[in-house]
Design a protein around this ligand. Structure first.
Ligand code: MG
Length: 160
């Protein structure tokens, strides 16, 4: 069976006056991620991992941040469009592994809910989605609470 893997990375600035969305879940916090869309860096990294596995470009080429159509859009909608592309190319998602790097807020209480929500968007079983959360040990922009960064890896299998 033909299998493919892809990697995705994203980072967004944390700013006041925005809601914080990670994996499509609203996390109670005094700041949120700045972005043309809702700034959901986790869903963006998953989009790029899936697009990477397909060798189908990146999130910026599919959903340009100069396009007013995507202003304030829920990133779940972008990910759903990428999942449609995966299906069109006759692949299915085997599993997704992710890392969210945030100094604040503490994400451990939300990991399960985020994994559940991502699995729902991807239309796969929750045990095929892994969400790991860590701090950046106070180092760099993420450690200084100026941003949240995310990595994702996607594994696809060609459909029979
Ligand atoms: Mg992004």
């Amino acid at each position: 069976m033909k299998s493919r893997i892809g990697i995705g990375y994203d980072i967004h600035r944390l700013v006041e006056g925005r809601k914080l969305f990670l994996g499509g879940v609203e996390i109670p916090f005094i700041k949120g991620l700045l972005g043309h869309s809702d700034g959901d860096a986790l869903l963006h990294s998953i989009c790029d991992a899936l697009l990477g596995a397909l060798s189908a470009g990146d999130i910026g080429s599919h959903f340009p941040d100069t396009d007013p159509k995507y202003q304030g859009v829920s990133s779940a909608i972008l990910l759903e469009k990428v999942v449609e592309l995966v299906k069109m190319r006759k692949f299915s998602i085997n599993n997704i592994d992710t890392v969210v790097i945030a100094q604040e807020p503490i994400l451990a209480p939300f990991k399960e809910k985020i994994a559940q929500n991502v699995a729902q968007i991807l239309n796969i079983s929750k045990d095929c989605v892994s969400v790991k959360a860590k701090t950046n040990e106070g180092l760099g922009e993420v450690g200084e609470k100026l941003a949240i960064a995310c990595y994702a890896v996607a594994a696809l299998e060609a459909e029979e």
